[in-house]
Design a protein around this ligand. Structure first.
Ligand SMILES: C[S@@+](CC[C@H](N)C(=O)[O-])C[C@H]1O[C@@H](n2cnc3c(N)ncnc32)[C@H](O)[C@@H]1O
Length: 224
């Protein structure tokens, strides 16, 4: 199971259509989504007009896409109010800058424009090595998930209005819904700053509320 499977299942089986993707890169996921309301945000898209045209032939839903080539912070400050004036977000993939406070702002800003039954999917929540889990400036080679895992701990500690868990697949897919949490943590933001990858390794299942991928179907009442 990967992020596209999760998005498509929620769209087709739960009827969630209005889609926001923060961090789009070459549109590997974005261009495949079948929705008449799709919003792409990235400071540097890795595609040009001809790829956009080609993707619109393959998937005509791409004709309606809205593209914002700017950081998510700028998007939320300058554009979001108008973009979501008449249609709220129902499904969002948060996959931009993979650092604790960036991902946290992306989730909190998305929530301002999200339907009550909307779902946020966060990529890169379950790093498997210290190198993958560190700060961008320290990253050298291989996979980089950053410290989005700290954002999960923050939300589970500070947001009693949200249920947050991580599916153990595709680098860790964080799932955020507006529901009573099944369990919470008790960390302050300062304590979270000081956590290390070794701390995560010792407490991974509890802190991330890590679930096998089959839990996704159970949680949303879907057939596998
Ligand atoms: C891992 S890629 C996204 C992959 C894409 N979501 C997918 O599933 O194929 C991360 C993207 O985040 C973008 N990014 C970096 N900083 C950002 C920011 N502050 N706001 C929004 N996007 C950002 C990068 O330009 C990059 O294209």
């Amino acid at each position: 199971m990967n992020r596209l499977d999760v998005i498509e299942a929620l769209m087709h089986k739960k009827g969630l259509k209005n889609y926001l993707e923060i961090g789009v890169e070459n549109g590997h996921i974005f261009f495949r989504i079948k929705s008449t309301f799709k919003v792409a945000v990235d400071p540097k898209f890795i595609f040009d007009a001809s790829r956009r045209f080609g993707k619109s032939i393959l998937n005509p839903y791409n004709l309606n896409n809205q593209y914002f080539e700017k950081t998510s912070d700028d998007f939320f400050e300058q554009e979001a109010q108008q973009v979501f004036a008449s249609k709220k977000v129902q499904l969002a993939l948060v996959d931009g800058m993979h650092e604790y406070h960036f991902a946290l702002r992306d989730v909190e800003n998305t929530l301002k424009y999200m339907d009550d039954d909307g779902v946020i999917i966060m990529h890169d929540c379950n790093p498997q090595t210290a190198g993958a889990a560190g700060r961008f400036e320290n990253w050298e080679v291989g996979e980089w998930n950053g410290d989005v895992w700290k954002t999960i701990i923050h939300l589970r500690s500070q947001r009693p209005d949200l249920n947050v868990f991580v599916l153990d697949c595709d680098q860790g897919l964080g799932i955020v819904t507006r529901k009573k949490p099944e369990s919470t943590l008790n960390f302050t933001p300062t304590q979270i700053e000081d956590l290390t990858y070794d701390d995560l390794v010792r407490n991974r299942t509890e802190w991330l509320n890590l679930k096998p991928e089959g839990f996704f179907y159970k949680y949303f009442g879907l057939q596998a």
